[in-house]
Write a protein that binds this ligand. Sequence first.
Ligand code: SF4
Ligand code: SF4
Length: 285
Amino acid sequence: MKIAIASGKGGTGKTFVATNLFYALQQAKIPVTIVDCDAEEPNVHLFISGCLTKSFDVTQKVPVINESICTHCGRCHKYCSYNAIFHVPTLQVIKVMEDLCHGCGACFVACNDSAITEKQSVLGTVKRFDLANQFTMIEGRTKIGVYSSVKLIKAAIAEAGSDSVVLFDSPPGTSCPFIQTAHLADFVVLVTEPTPFGLSDLKQSVETLADMNKPMGVVVNRAGIGNSDVYNYLKEKKIPLLMEIPFSREIALTYSKGLLISAMDEVWLGKFRQLFDTLTPHSWK
Ligand code: SF4
Ligand code: SF4
């Protein structure tokens, strides 16, 4: 089963939920892999460490324009949906902005003058860390300045293969990287806060997942702050409230030290195990 843990924005607590859930499964001897899909700022490694067993670069093809052949017809610029080709015909200037390029190949096809060839460009690195038999952490990390992390995330998720339980620590937001991660999950756990900002981000995530027809549930983090609007929204939309994590100085302090609350406190270990049982009512009993 593939479970994505996501939130509308960063800092809401999805890594807290993902890493504690991983630990609870590990303690229950349920084989589990966690994939850090937050490739622009991966931080699962701050809480879970293992032995590096594999590392590989993820690349994509980017165009190279031979300016001595280019006729400045402008077709490649016109075909590029990502504005990755800078072209000023009057000055005879043409340049590929590699950071914006998605490697779609449209410009290569568009050029009738054979002025474009392709080269491989590194998007980032996927690393695999093995903790013990059947417990694995996989990290996708984009190179600084790379515009899209989608291909890298796909490679990191593919590295997990068809392991029994795979947790995705999703990228924040609701753009392409989030959609790619959620699309490959069987269930999405949305982590939110009971505040107006939390509700606004939650609504966007829910609408995106509803369009994808993806099953989802919600964990409310920092419960006790804010108001009851998030809870009312969940009732109205019939979205299950999976768990509440109270606003607590102890939890915040534990997290800030890179420690897992489920490793420090049996009660929390039980709560995260319970969360997993809620997601998979017929499995692993
Ligand atoms: S490969 Fe695609 S995204 Fe990249 S420059 Fe060419 S048309 Fe644009
Ligand atoms: S399509 Fe080819 S010839 Fe035309 S501007 Fe682009 S690189 Fe130059």
